[in-house]
Design a binder for this molecule. Structure first.
Ligand code: PMP
Length: 381
């Protein structure tokens, strides 16, 4: 029986806790400027770290593909939804990363859920960093695998768990390269050596590293050295588009094509999105974008140092996700509202998304932000 009261009670409860969420409608005006109910806001909360979603060449490639091929891929990949564009993109990703193969997914969320479900079963033991993304947790739950979490970025905590479970035959270590809520980087070299020592499969989610770090924007892992068994990235952050990829061996690709449910049973990404991704990928390795990356990282350094000088406590990192720790939920919410009134869009992140007592403002920078906008923000912080 449909019980409306149950849902109304839930809504009341989250409202009482000040946790009620709504998708506010922001109108885009230009660059990082948005407007909300006639108020102009500088957006410090997007994931388009290089502003690629506005690059005219990317937009042009997308609209050209849409004009000539239509708005849909009209079927899932294994039925008849694989166009030459999809094949080209998988080859281009593999070439860019120096991987044997790549496989493209409709989103990072679908990729994590489907890949982990296909990789693990009840005989698998998964060791995941305490702060991994919700899609990784959902993938683990769907797989039915046993599951241990190690303290965030704490190699000795992971080492102890691996030692304890060394007799389990099938082990998977999962981490992000750059964490989505804290913006700090994982100890990748240590993860690689532990995975080798304990013969565990290493699975890294590079959603926030790709495009921002490394030569040609290859991310903090650099070119694929086969040290990482599966490296996942998304087109939805620095690439300014939509979709995801995983860099893997040939055997794994064939395995996933035959087992990965979120890949098999979903309509392929439309040609306009694939063409945008191909163009972004081509541009990512250009001198122009190398310069944008450098300038973005310089702005990040400047903003981080300036906030520290103002005695704010930050989570250490180098990249465009800057977590300013406030502590209490109320404090973070008030600060976010105060900045909103002054024209800055910066969300407060509170439990259950982050642990109690670590409520924060999650600020993200893009190469589109000017120093003037950064100075304005600092003046009001
Ligand atoms: N992994 C991580 C680490 C993420 O932060 C996100 C998005 N926030 C995803 C996966 C999901 O990616 P997408 O938005 O492409 O579904």
């Amino acid at each position: 029986m449909y019980d409306e009261q149950k849902y109304e009670d839930f809504i009341q409860e989250v409202k009482q806790k000040d946790l009620f969420r709504q998708a506010k409608v922001y109108e885009y005006s230009q660059g990082v400027e948005y407007s909300f109910e006639n108020k102009t806001l500088i957006n410090f909360s997007s994931n388009s770290y290089l502003g690629m979603h506005l690059d005219k060449r990317v937009v042009e490639a997308s609209s050209h593909a849409t004009q000539s091929l239509g708005v849909s891929s009209i079927a899932s990949r294994l039925v008849c939804g694989t166009m030459p564009l999809h094949d080209d993109l998988e080859k281009a990703v593999a070439q860019w990363k120096g991987a044997d193969e790549s496989i493209v997914f409709n989103s990072g969320f679908q990729a994590n859920v489907g890949l982990i479900q296909a990789l693990a079963d009840k005989n698998t033991m998964i060791f995941a960093d305490k702060l991994v993304h919700a899609s990784i947790i959902d993938g683990i739950r769907l797989s039915g695998a046993k599951f241990q979490r190690f303290h965030h970025n704490d190699i000795s905590s992971l080492g102890k768990l691996l030692e304890r479970y060394q007799d389990v035959e099938h082990k998977i270590i999962i981490s992000e390269t750059v964490f989505s809520m804290d913006g700090d980087e994982a100890p990748i070299a240590d993860l690689v050596s532990l995975s080798k020592k304990y013969e565990a499969f290493l699975y890294l989610d590079d959603a926030h590293g790709a495009g921002v770090y490394g030569e040609d924007g290859c991310g903090p892992t650099g070119r694929w050295a086969k040290d990482v068994d599966l490296l996942l990235g998304t087109f939805s952050k620095a690439f300014g588009s939509f979709g995801a990829y995983a860099c893997i061996s040939k055997a794994l690709k064939d395995y996933f094509l035959n087992t990965c449910r979120s890949y098999i049973f979903s309509t392929a990404l439309p040609p306009g999105v694939i063409a945008a991704n191909l163009k972004s990928l081509e541009l990512m390795a250009s001198e122009e974008y190398e310069a944008k990356r450098r300038s973005l990282l310089e702005k990040c350094k400047y903003l981080r140092e300036s906030l520290k000088q103002k005695s704010y406590q930050l989570i250490e990192g180098e990249g465009p996700i800057i977590a300013v720790l406030i502590g209490s939920e109320e404090g973070a919410l008030n600060k976010s509202k105060e900045l909103f009134e002054k024209g800055f869009l910066i969300p407060a992140i509170r439990p259950p998304t982050v642990p109690k007592g670590s409520s924060r403002l999650r600020l993200t920078l893009s190469s589109l932000h000017t120093y003037r906008q950064i100075e304005d923000l600092l003046a009001h912080f």
